[in-house]
Write a protein that binds this ligand. Sequence first.
Ligand code: FES
Length: 84
Amino acid sequence: MQGQINDCIAKDKDKVVDQIELEAGKKAVMCRCWNSGTFLYCDGKHMERNKLTGDHMGSVVSVKKFHSATTRSTRASEREMRDR
Ligand code: FES
């Protein structure tokens, strides 16, 4: 169908939802361009797509810390609030 970015992954489902569980200290590099041959994980194909389209899409990197569930953006916000 015209206008769809996902043209091949799990097309038999109403909605594509994935859940992964990370071990402490591990990271996952996930695809958000829908072109990866190893979807849900990024295999670098977004770079090919970017060259063709002029886009600047990249992967999503998720990291599981050892002791803190605080996200980087949350920490940045906290730092900004503190520095005001
Ligand atoms: S292959 Fe899709 S974001 Fe990298």
